[in-house]
Design a protein around this ligand. Structure first.
Ligand SMILES: [Ca+2]
Ligand SMILES: [Ca+2]
Ligand SMILES: [Ca+2]
Length: 392
């Protein structure tokens, strides 16, 4: 277990940079200059490093690794929608035609929010919907299409917030200026719907458009809360030391699936609290949990000590979820999508590309899945948005 924990920790800068908060990269990622689709190429094996050279962390990064894998039997017609930069957390519109996601791309120095209006277009185009100022994260579309939502620091400061203090090791910043905003579909009329001091982010919306679940430090710990679509009626859902966040509703709005990192001993708790007081969190093992929408009936789903995150319920169900994990990699560096029943049974691996695969979300009709992956990237570290037909 100790060994796994250490391996996990090594992997965290790679993957949890994307997994938490909702995505907090310590450095601005490289952006592919052309923005053009890279040429499709056969599965070129990665070149061996020169003798004495330090091998890359993952030899498949930047090699245009295959879009698909024969073992990915649940995915058909995999399509790549972005081509370069760091693109993550792509979430469906209510009509299943559009995706909203965050991206670091020119000319923006840190994440902004973009929408692809028609994912089936021959060349899907992304348009900016956030203000272009501050750092944004965790966007979502109201199901009726009349507003969208994201977290942003732009009111606190138009510049990108300073990366967290790396002398603390690998930590991510809970940028204090984060609040949750809604806006019109074209990005106009941004309205702040949280006004508590400190980090408010990681918001997603119930399918009826009435409830928002989000993460906040307003009561001194990272906890989940729900609120009405206009920010009223805030209700606290979790209450324990440690990170609780990254939540999504089931289709019927009755259940919430989320990720949690409960410090395992007093030393870990002290470390967690010390960092939290300085608006930082050190990523550690994350487990998936499920509870009712009012915070009752909380159960732990995974218990593998790995980094499990980005959970989402199967269409029309609240007894099975899809999520992202490095549980299958002894080195902890490789992430894939998995499915599991909420009682922990019937674990099934979904993706097999040897690079990062994460952030799965089923389309509202359950026929497609959006996910983000480093597969088929032309540049090491690039993460792109993909859509596939879901084969049950
Ligand atoms: Ca706030
Ligand atoms: Ca907590
Ligand atoms: Ca993978």
């Amino acid at each position: 277990m100790k060994k796994l924990h250490k391996a996990l920790f090594l992997a965290l800068p790679v993957a949890l940079a994307s997994a938490l908060a909702c995505r907090t990269s310590p450095q601005a990622p490289p952006v592919q200059a052309s923005g053009k689709p890279a040429e499709k190429s056969p599965a070129a094996p990665p070149a061996a490093p020169a003798p004495g050279a330090r091998p890359p962390a993952n030899p498949w990064e930047g090699t245009l690794s295959p879009l698909t894998h024969p073992a990915e039997k649940h995915l058909a017609n995999v399509r790549q929608l972005t081509f370069g930069g760091e693109n993550a957390e792509a979430y469906w519109s209510g009509d299943g035609r559009s995706l909203i996601f965050q991206s670091t791309r020119d000319p923006h120095a840190c994440d902004q929010i973009f929408v692809i209006d028609d994912v089936d277009a021959p060349e899907p185009a992304a348009r900016l919907v956030s203000t272009g100022k501050g750092r944004t994260t965790c966007a979502y579309l109201f199901p009726d299409g009349r507003r969208l939502l994201y977290a942003s620091t732009h009111l606190a400061d138009p510049a990108c917030p300073k990366p967290p203090d790396r002398s603390q090791g690998y930590v991510w910043g809970l940028f204090e200026g984060f609040d949750i905003f809604t806006a019109r579909p074209d990005g106009s009329d941004p309205v702040r719907i949280t006004n508590a001091p400190g980090y408010d982010a990681e918001a997603t919306i119930s399918r009826d458009g009435r409830k928002i679940v989000f993460t906040s430090v307003r009561d001194g710990d990272l906890e989940l809360y729900s609120m009405n679509a206009d920010g009223s009626g805030v209700k606290r859902l979790t209450n324990r030391p440690g990170y609780d966040g990254g939540a999504f509703y089931s289709d019927d709005g009755q259940w919430i699936v989320y990720r949690s990192a409960i410090p395992k001993d007093e030393a870990a708790l002290a470390d967690y609290r010390g960092l939290l007081a300085r608006a930082m969190v050190r990523p550690s093992a994350l487990e998936i949990r499920v509870m009712r929408a009012d915070g009752t009936g909380d159960v732990q789903v995974t218990a593998n000590g790995a980094a499990n995150f980005a959970p989402y319920f199967f269409p029309g169900r609240h007894d099975r979820i899809i999520f992202c994990s490095n549980l299958g990699d002894p080195k902890g560096r490789e992430f894939d999508l998995y499915a599991v029943n909420i009682d922990g049974t019937d674990l099934e691996r979904i993706t097999y590309n040897p690079t990062f695969d994460g952030f799965p979300m089923f389309s509202p009709d359950g026929r497609k899945i959006a996910f983000c992956s480093n597969r088929h990237n032309a540049k090491a570290g690039d993460t792109n948005v993909f859509v596939a037909d879901w084969v049950p």
